[in-house]
Design a protein. Sequence first.
Length: 300
Amino acid sequence: MNKRSNKTNIDLSIIIINYNTKEITLNCLNSLKTSLMGEKISYEIVLIDNCSQDGSFEVFKSLAKADPRIKYYYQKENLGYSKANNLGAKLAKGKHLLFLNSDTFILNKAVGKLIDFYKKNEKEVSFVGPKLLNFNLTPQPSAGYFFNLLTTFIALFLKGDQLNLTRFSPQEIKKVDWISGACFLTKKKIFEAVGGFDQKIFMYMDEVDFFYRAKKMGYRVYFYPQAKIIHYGSASSSKTYPILQLYRGLIYFYQKHYSFVSLQILKLFLVLKALIAIFLGRVLKNRYLLETYTQALKLV
């Protein structure tokens, strides 16, 4: 069989990024294998390793040798989320792409449910994401509205996620602005048409930027709660890192998509948020708040 026919015979390419999360990634792969057992889906797993130093290379190289469906690519540097996923998409041979974080655990037949829903509704649905759950099986907000000034203010100061005003987890199938990059399904040709993830974003806000561009092109994003996946979250990040990357991501997103005035207002929000957190850190003698938001303030 020639390479051309091999490419068209793979229906689904599952792209996973590993970065010093050997055990977590193995757990994800095992749950994925169980979820796909009995499904009539021709698939491959494209595993991109961002220069892990935890013994991942030996383990996954051996795993790929034993299972030809696993394609393992070890990188000599940490490419970050965007570059690594773009590389995975480029190497993928499947018609459909499933972007899946390594810190996830697939429940039941979630992958099969996603792709069945997608194929039945592909005239309307361009992207679809599952219902993400925390480790204790409570809903994890994993869809949301784009970050305009109102939603950004609510997110920073009013616990918008808890009020379902910024991010949420619907109980029904719902068209949304964006879905979490922890898991979503699309066609490879659509991902390529949007231009992939912005490689200037190392991590965080990358999916929001991606779906913002996709919506401007007329593509539609859906949330499908019948497929459920556990997402542990921040498995390869320190506690400080997500806050700093969120600051960087918001500033970059506003610089790229919004007016100069909106950017300046955003920066005022971020400065105020940091100052409040630093004040509370001093009052409560909370070293985490002090150190994290002192660094965040410097970014603005």
